[in-house]
Design a protein around this ligand. Structure first.
Ligand code: GDP
Ligand code: GDP
Length: 454
């Protein structure tokens, strides 16, 4: 038997870049013992700062979600980085370089009770070259007497030194005000807000049983709900109640009218499929389990994954599947659907009604994953272990360093890895696989973007 496989070249292509992460990044830089970790904890521990993670642990956890005056940002403690340069000055300078490469705002912490050291000056020199805003924190100003020392830090050439006591919390609000003011414009809201019933596309090649399934689903209730009090329904959509929940099946007009697919209409059928997928949050791709998977089936599956929609594979006509066919199908799935091992799967029969009740739970699982967000601290704690165990492969004699990551968006979940170098597709897939093993995300595509800034 001949098995179909999704275009391998397409699988190699990175997903289109989702753009800047919606949450700006603030990196905290400075010599050891100036109080970086204390300051990070102070910022996260404040009442107004929302910590989504278990607090307390530092070093192996370097990035966190923070909020100040309604602005959300990712706070990075560069003390968690091991730049690998020899000598204190070099290693702090490397840290500053990496911070500039990845952050939107750099927060340089200096110990005001010591004053500017040669290392502080070297770092300041690196940062002055940066186009990014730098906020200078004069830490350990526990009382008024140290304010004079603060003024001497003007010599670093980074503008106004801002006195703070990370330990006691003194003036940390003023410092955060300065940080938030320096953040780039409010982030683009990429998460699509969806009101009303969740939107489902029912797609599949001709004759897989789409109309039959829709009729079955709507037939189990009194009638197709074309309009519900207080809800405006696009006439091309169907509202269907499944498992106690109302769903909007998008663009079903063609299915209800049983439009015959004459020759030449295939183009319109595929256009309809694309439109329905774009309009939906989750797609049920209906496949005919009684026949070999076809190229057209796989194309539709790929369209859903590429569009970033949640995915349920429904193997229909299960009443026609015998043991022999079942084994063949398993092999076709293993070899053909390699790109979507995460998809939810149900085996149904629109004719007999077999297992159609399992569709709603599958849709819910897929949508829950589609909406899921992993807090930054948790994500980085997992990622640093993963990278320590399996670092990215060397390219051109250089070992790219993954510094930290954030989940920049949902619908679909999108990770951004901040790295010092390009990460090949194979490594990104490895990260995705491990990410799913740890955090789930069943039923949704996950995008992994890499941000390298030089
Ligand atoms: P890091 O190496 O830069 O992360 O520095 P830490 O946050 O680990 O702090 C180093 C030491 O400085 C610790 O003993 C802290 O308690 C102390 N420290 C931090 N902030 C302050 C402060 O505002 N005032 C005083 N007096 N000590 C501080
Ligand atoms: P559509 O073109 O995808 O809308 O497919 P239809 O719903 O028109 O179904 C195509 C043919 O498959 C019809 O003859 C249906 O009766 C038949 N069919 C649909 N679902 C099943 C099923 O679960 N089992 C069997 N044996 N036949 C089915």
């Amino acid at each position: 038997a001949e098995f179909l496989r999704l275009d391998a070249a397409a699988a190699e292509e990175p997903y289109p870049d989702a753009g800047e992460p919606p949450q700006p990044v603030v990196a905290v830089v400075g010599r050891p013992n100036v109080g970086k970790s204390t300051l990070v904890n102070r910022i996260l521990g404040r009442r107004e700062a929302v910590v989504q993670d278990t607090p307390g642990v530092t070093r192996d956890r370097i990035a966190y979600d923070a909020t100040w005056r309604g602005r959300r940002f990712t706070l990075v403690d560069t003390g968690g980085w091991e730049p690998g340069a020899s000598g204190l000055q070099a290693s702090v300078a490397t840290q500053a370089e990496l911070a500039m490469a990845t952050a939107d705002v750099v927060l340089l912490v200096v110990d005001a009770s010591v004053g500017a050291t040669a290392t502080d000056e070297a770092v300041a020199k690196v940062l002055r070259r940066s186009k990014r805003p730098v906020i200078l924190a004069a830490n350990k100003v526990d009382d008024e007497r140290l304010l004079a020392e603060t003024a001497s830090l003007w010599s670093l050439g980074l503008g106004e030194p801002r006195p703070v006591s990370a330990l006691h919390g003194r003036s940390s609000g003023d410092l955060l005000d300065a940080v938030v003011e320096a953040l780039p414009e409010a982030p683009r809201e990429t998460d699509r807000v969806v009101a009303g019933p969740r939107r489902v596309a029912l797609v599949g090649k001709p004759n897989v049983g789409k109309s039959s399934l829709l009729n079955k689903l709507t037939g189990e209730q009194r009638a197709v709900v074309d309009s519900v009090a207080g809800t405006t329904v696009d006439p091309v959509d169907s509202l269907v109640e499944l498992d106690g929940q109302l769903w909007r099946f998008v663009d079903t007009a063609g299915l209800r009218k049983r439009v015959q697919t004459a020759s030449g209409t295939e183009y319109y059928a595929s256009l309809r499929t694309k439109n329905a997928i774009d309009a939906a949050e989750v797609a049920i791709v209906l496949l005919d389990a009684s026949e070999p998977l076809s190229e057209q089936d796989l194309r539709i599956v790929t369209t859903v994954a590429d569009a970033g929609r949640a995915l349920v594979l429904a193997f229909n006509k299960w009443d026609l599947v015998d043991e022999d066919r079942r084994q063949r199908l398993d092999r076709e799935i293993d070899r053909g659907l390699v790109r979507v091992p995460w998809a939810e799967r149900v085996n149904v029969s629109a004719l007999t009604g077999r297992a159609v009740r399992k569709l709603a739970p599958a849709l819910r699982t897929a949508l829950t994953s589609w909406d899921q967000r992993v807090p930054t601290g948790q994500l980085n704690s997992w990622l640093s272990d993963l990278i320590a165990a399996t670092p990215p492969p060397v390219r051109g004699g250089k070992q790219p360093k993954v510094l930290f990551a954030t989940q920049a968006g949902v619908r679909p979940p999108t990770l951004v890895l901040f790295s010092t170098g390009f990460l090949e597709a194979g490594y990104r897939r490895f990260v995705e696989r491990k990410f799913r093993e740890r955090f789930g995300f069943k039923g949704t595509p996950v995008r992994i973007n890499v941000r390298v800034r030089e």
